[in-house]
Design a protein around this ligand. Structure first.
Ligand code: PLP
Length: 378
């Protein structure tokens, strides 16, 4: 069974990636965005578990040349994989890695004025985008501190090619969240206008992530930093979005049945006596666990698809294995495929559904998928 490459990758537990769906999603966003706005895919956290190298290759073959990541190490890896265009680091880069910014022609976010000065003191030219805090209160110079913002343009070694902010409630449909987002948009626009009025020009602007685009598609900034939705999934199930886009999930998560056994009435299964059989049942041991990214929270709670049928997780999710109730599912054998995210028969489990059962969002599920999973690109 395990001779060819793909079969080997699909030996125990693996991720299947449909790169045509990725390209489809990218085209959907390109169509949705105003002509002046360029898609800047977010490929941080190994492209949300999808594999940054391969995702970067597919997107760059489509002519996409601007990317954003969280860390300088992610940026260097992406550059080394052959990405030629702009790579923006959204997070903090420590001074001990400043030389990598110059060496790999990376673009660094200025997180505040003291950081801008520190980066300038490095003494070599570095491309930067200035972060503006419009209310999230994470990174960026506060939008009302215009003199601090302008002071960054005085620093001789910083080549400022962009100015951006981040929306923190653009996924919400409540009046409060919409009003907050509108205020963030207005404050960001006011900073851009003030810079222009003071004669500061020649920089690009960006504000929206996935939900910024999906719920406020009319905004006309220069880039849109789209992450989760590019991978074809929403953060939570049942979300309403304003834009009309047809997104297709890129990633499936699968494992194998390793053995099938009978559990008699009143017997327990797994760690901590957390599951007790109320009647005789058939259970399947499956070769995937929390080290692969199945949340332990799904103990006695999650579900998967076996031969196109629903099967509940029973007992505690272990580090490398878990148990499913396969009572009544016909013909379950060792070696069968088990689907945790994706399709089996006519049924589907979306990443956001698994996330919902685990009390989180699909972004967390995908970005925490384990390194030891096999990868198959289809
Ligand atoms: C991660 C991130 C994004 C992408 O967010 P999605 O919601 O996944 O589209 C955009 N901007 C910043 C600053 C981020 O940290």
């Amino acid at each position: 069974m395990c001779v060819k490459n793909d079969n080997y990758q699909k030996g125990r537990a693996w991720i299947e990636l449909n790169m045509e769906n990725l390209a489809h999603n990218a085209r959907q966003f390109q169509k949705l965005l105003p002509d002046c706005c360029t898609l800047m895919p977010a490929v941080k956290a190994n492209a949300y578990g999808h594999g940054a190298k391969r995702v970067g290759k597919v997107l760059s073959e489509m002519g996409i040349s601007d990317y954003c990541v969280a860390s300088v190490t992610e940026a260097v890896k992406l550059r080394q994989s052959g990405i030629k265009g702009q790579i923006l680091i959204l997070g903090y880069t420590p001074p001990c890695q400043f030389h990598e910014l110059a060496q790999y022609h990376l673009t660094q976010t200025v997180v505040d004025l003291p950081y801008a000065r520190l980066l300038n003191d490095y003494g070599h030219p570095v491309c930067v985008h200035v972060g503006i805090d419009t209310g999230m209160h994470r990174l960026g110079v506060r939008s009302e501190e215009l003199d601090h913002i302008c002071a960054i343009w005085e620093l001789e070694h910083l080549n400022i090619t962009g100015v951006y902010s981040h929306l923190c409630a653009s996924d919400g449909n409540s009046e409060k969240e919409i009003a907050f987002t509108r205020k963030q948009i207005a404050e960001f626009q006011a900073v851009v206008d003030t810079l222009h009025r003071r004669g500061i020009k020649g920089f690009r602007t960006h504000l929206q992530g996935s939900y910024g685009v999906l719920n406020y598609p009319e905004l006309e900034f220069d880039y849109a930093r789209v992450g989760i939705a590019l991978y074809g999934v929403l953060s939570m199930s049942g979300e309403r979005i304003a834009a009309e886009v047809e997104l297709r999930p890129v990633l499936s998560l699968k494992a194998r049945v390793t053995c099938v056994k009978v559990l008699h009435e009143n017997e327990v299964a797994g760690y901590g006596l957390a599951f007790k059989a109320e009647r005789d049942m058939v259970i399947a041991v499956v070769s995937i666990g929390y080290a692969d990214g199945i949340p332990r929270e799904l103990s006695n709670k999650g579900y998967a698809l076996v031969n196109g049928c629903w099967a509940n997780v029973i007992g505690r999710v272990c580090m490398d294995q878990l148990l499913l109730d396969v009572t009544g599912i016909p013909k379950v054998h060792a070696g069968d495929e088990v689907v945790f995210i994706g399709r089996s028969g006519g049924k589907e489990i979306q990443a956001c559904e698994m996330a919902g059962s685990a009390g989180t969002i699909s972004n967390e599920i995908l970005s925490r998928l384990g390194e030891r999973l096999g990868r198959v690109y289809v």
